[in-house]
Structure formats: C-alpha cells, structure tokens
Design a protein around this ligand. Structure first.
Ligand SMILES: [Zn+2]
Length: 274
C-alpha cells in the first residue's frame, strides 16, 4: 500500500473505533414520500472526547506509517531530518530489512509498549495543567510522517516539517484525549492498520517474524492458495493486487470520504460544545 493510503486508513480506523454518529436520513429528507433509514456510523468502542477523536486521528495516521520506517530510502526518512533519517537507519538494522520485523506481531507489540512507556511521561505546567509530554514529543515525529506521506508540506522548505510537527505535537500534548491509554491505543491501531493493509497486497507480510513458517509443498501447487501463503513464509489476501493499484485507489475513495466526514462531525461537536 502507498504511504498516503496507509495514513488515511490509520485515521479512518481510529475514528471508526472511537466515534459513533447517528445518521437519520429520514429527518434530513423529511416531507418526502420515501421512508429513509436511520443508522449508526462507527463502533465507538473506545469513546473519547470530540477533540480527542480529531487529535488521535492525526497521531494514528502517523503511526500507520511507522512500519515503513524500516529502510533508509523510505519516503518518511526525509520527513523530519535528521531525526527521521537516523530512526530509519536504526530500524533497518533492528527489523532485518523491509517488510520484516516492523510488519510482524512482534513489531506491533514493540511499538505499542514503546508508546505505552512514552505515554506515562506527564508534566504539570503552570496555566496548562497536566500535559502529555511523552505522547507530544513522539507525536511530532508521527505527524511529520503523516504530513510527508499526505504531501501537506512542500519538499523545498527544509524547516517547515519541524515547524508543523512542533506546533501540532504541542497542540496534541495539551489537547490530547483525557482517557488513559489513548496514545498506545492510537499507535497499536495505526501499526495494525498498516500491517493489514500490506497483507491485502500481493507482497504480503510475515506476521511470525523472526520465524519463517514455510508453506507445505502441496499447498504451493494449488492455484490461488499459493499466493495466500508463500514459500518464504509470507501471508496475503491479495484482494488489492500490487501496491498502488487501481483497486487500492478505489478502496481509498470511501475510506478518505469517511475520514473527512467523521473529522467534520467531530469539529462540529467541538464547536457546538463552546
Ligand atoms: Zn509496509
């Protein structure tokens, strides 16, 4: 999957898990002869404040790019120089190359534990109260990833990623969701969305890294199943085909529309509370 698509699906998953909006089409089109349905959009499993839903969506969009920080030439290596470049070099060594450690259950657990540890660091500042310092600092990096992948910052401007990252990271440190554990939850959901997204492409992922669970020989002879579980221990349900395919773009249209709509609804709720 392409970087911008990972970021959009990460934000969509966070919004779907943390919000639940009641849509009543009958009330919208009242007076018409048709009986239009009413339904809920989103699961609302981890309810957070409307502002927390919006800031968490930004963090999850960035976290959904973390697994691809596993090679030095990744697009996001240039997102917050020189920190992002150094991080990609370190991760390349630790994760054993592209689509290895960071795209596995072990990688998902490691990112979540790191986020949990960072989320414990809070500061009390005069006038601002308790501030999520650890989550804010890591958010600078994650937001810079998302800004790069979504092409929100022009490449020519070298200082801008830091300005955008620090401003939004500071905003998140102050206006983060008040619910305990939101930061590791956002990182978990973002990284998990990335791994699932890559598993839907022909490349697949090896969830059991560092172990390689090879497919049995008879399995590889079966026409469709040979691409679901490969000889190299990679698993895929390649409904999207190759990364960046037309099918991937088609999936991203409703995902992006949902993300923009849900962000608009949270903004409406924030304004309505004032
Ligand atoms: Zn990936």
């Amino acid at each position: 999957m392409m970087g911008g698509h990972h970021a959009a699906t990460g934000a969509a998953v966070w919004l779907a898990v943390t919000t639940r909006f009641h849509v009543d089409l009958g009330a919208v089109a009242s007076g018409t002869p048709w009986g239009l349905p009413a339904f809920d959009v989103g699961w609302g499993l981890l309810p957070v404040s409307p502002l927390g839903a919006a800031t968490g969506a930004l963090v999850t969009a960035g976290a959904a790019l973390l697994p691809d920080a596993d090679h030095r030439n990744a697009t996001i290596a240039h997102s917050l120089p020189p920190v992002s470049k150094a991080l990609c070099l370190c991760m390349e060594g630790l994760a054993g190359g592209h689509r290895h450690g960071t795209h596995s259950i072990l990688g998902l657990a490691a990112f979540t534990v790191l986020a949990w540890a960072a989320g414990l660091w809070q500061l009390t500042l005069p006038g601002l109260g308790t501030v999520d310092a650890g989550a804010g600092l890591l958010s600078i990096l994650l937001i810079s990833f998302a800004a790069k992948a979504l092409k929100l910052v022009p490449d020519r401007l070298k200082v801008t990623p830091w300005v955008v990252g620090v401003l939004l990271g500071g905003f998140i440190a102050v206006f983060a969701p008040e619910e305990q554990g939101w930061f590791p939850q956002a990182v978990f959901l973002g990284v998990a969305a990335h791994i699932v997204g890559d598993a839907l492409t022909v490349g697949g992922v090896n969830p059991f890294w560092p172990f390689v669970v090879k497919s049995p020989r008879f399995f590889r002879r079966l026409p469709l199943l040979s691409s679901v579980w490969t000889r190299g221990g990679y698993f895929a349900v390649p409904v999207l085909g190759k990364a960046g395919s037309i099918r991937e773009w088609l999936l991203l249209v409703p995902v992006s529309l949902y993300t923009l709509w849900a962000l608009g609804m949270t903004a409406f709720q924030v304004l309505a509370r004032r």
